[in-house]
Design a protein around this ligand. Structure first.
Ligand SMILES: [Zn+2]
Length: 454
């Protein structure tokens, strides 16, 4: 029998969210990632809808990392009859539990002011949590009698991986998301392994990031300027990863460099506080710099001036604290979370500062403010934007065009074929033509619903 591996594209084809691929062999069906579609009402509806396959027939799901566009629909698989294992690295296994709880909470909140009920419930989340099987990097694990896989470090966020999937003498690699160079705490991306086909993301396939060397100095300057203005500095950061990176940088600026005056820094994010605990638990996954800090007894999620606000009562107390003060809260694109309450209070204050450290997607409040809207509407209230707005874009956890091109040919042999996912159509096209010219690979952009055979 000729062994054919079929790969189905059920998400992140021609768009940057909803990662979901199925590898089908003569005897098994394995999913790689099962994430939420994000960014519009239509995307929400797609995330709530039925799958284009029967989850009850799937043997296993492999989760590359804890971003919700890669893991957010796993409990929905259980709601639709899936009962197999959920493979993840040890940190990812813990972080996805936090993410699922958070998504469920957000869906329940949303139900109160829309007629969209949550797509899964506490019971489905409990099933998904109980099915997690944690594996270290570099260990070959058998999934079914004809398929196995290995996690490799993708250097994107804590615990992130790219997946080497082997079946019937063929190898497919799924990139997950490939990290930027020098992401704080996280190790560098491992070289690509030899494979018949590489399914790679290209979120920034048409872009080049600012150099990272200036990053910490930029942060220091923003903070010093904000303190001089005498108001509140709001740092809008995603609770998972970006917040931990910012805390690490602040720890270094305060404890090692003594480069900042002592002012209160509030971490106003229950999810980030819980994620910090996961980072502490899996300190053996740190990169060299973070590991050395940890070894000499420096817990970089705890430094002079840092105050954590877990409960809403603790969060409300931040309001009455005198300025200057720093508040770190999510979400990074100002699409919800505790940052909204601080925006309502401080956006109209000319002495205050808003610092954006994430990419601001089209249509988000963050994008509007970044593009210097004079006023915005939050919770039905019109608020003039008078505060100072700063942006540092070198904290991206995604590799840029240069990094993706370099990684694609970082192995001993180039991949036999490359399929581009997780990119808007124009970015995917540009990336394909550059990669073809520079790396001499056979490359194409994936289409939704497409099936390739190797
Ligand atoms: Zn990601």
């Amino acid at each position: 029998m000729v062994h054919i591996m079929k790969i189905h594209f059920f998400g992140a084809a021609g768009e940057v969210t909803g990662s979901c691929y199925m590898v089908e062999t003569p005897v098994s069906k394995i999913l790689v990632d099962c994430g939420l579609f994000q960014g519009s009402r239509e995307a929400d509806q797609k995330s709530h809808g039925d799958f284009d396959f029967d989850p009850a027939t799937v043997d296993a799901v492999i989760v590359t990392h804890a971003h919700i566009d890669h893991c957010g629909r796993v409990p929905l698989l259980f709601a639709r009859g899936f009962r197999g294992p959920v493979y993840a690295t040890e940190p990812t296994g813990e972080l996805i539990k936090l993410q699922w709880d958070d998504i469920l909470h957000i869906m329940e909140e949303r139900e109160r002011h829309s007629n969209m009920p949550p797509s899964y419930d506490l019971n489905d989340v409990a099933h998904a949590k109980a099915a997690i099987v944690s594996l270290p990097y570099g260990k070959l694990a058998a999934i079914t009698k004809d398929a196995g896989f290995i996690f490799h470090d993708a250097g994107h966020i804590f615990g992130s991986s790219f997946v080497e999937l082997r079946a019937g003498g063929k190898t497919a690699v799924f990139s997950g998301d490939i990290g930027n160079d020098n992401v704080p705490i996280v190790r560098e991306t491992e070289p690509l392994v030899a494979c018949d086909v590489l399914i790679t993301e290209a979120t920034y396939g048409d872009r080049t990031h600012s150099p990272v060397v200036q990053r910490r100095e930029d942060l220091r300057r923003v903070i010093i300027d904000a303190i001089k203005r005498g108001g509140t500095l709001m740092i809008a950061a995603f609770s998972l990863e970006r917040t931990q990176e910012i805390l690490f940088e602040l720890d270094q600026l305060i404890e090692r460099d003594h480069a900042l005056p002592r002012i209160p820094i509030y971490l106003d994010s229950p999810l980030a506080i819980r994620a910090n605990a996961v980072y502490r638990k899996f300190n053996s996954y740190y990169d060299e710099v973070a590991a050395a800090e940890w070894k000499r007894g420096n817990d970089f999620f705890d430094f002079p001036g840092l105050i954590v606000a877990e409960t809403s009562a603790q969060s409300r107390l931040i309001n009455s604290a005198p300025a200057p003060k720093i508040i770190i809260a999510g979400s990074g694109m100002l699409a919800g979370g505790r940052i909204m309450y601080h925006l309502m209070r401080y956006l109209s204050d000319p002495k205050s500062t808003l610092l954006l450290v994430s990419y601001q997607a089209e249509g988000t409040l963050g994008r509007k403010i970044q593009e210097r809207s004079h006023s915005v509407t939050i919770n039905g209230e019109q608020i003039p934007v008078k505060c100072f707005v700063e942006k540092i874009d070198s904290y991206s956890a995604h590799g840029d065009q240069e990094k993706l091109l370099r990684w694609m040919v970082s192995g001993s042999t180039p991949p036999g074929r490359v399929i581009v996912t997780h990119a808007d159509a124009p970015a995917a096209q540009e990336f394909c033509s550059i990669a073809e010219k520079r790396n001499h690979v056979r490359i194409e952009a994936a289409a939704m619903g497409q099936i390739i055979e190797i």
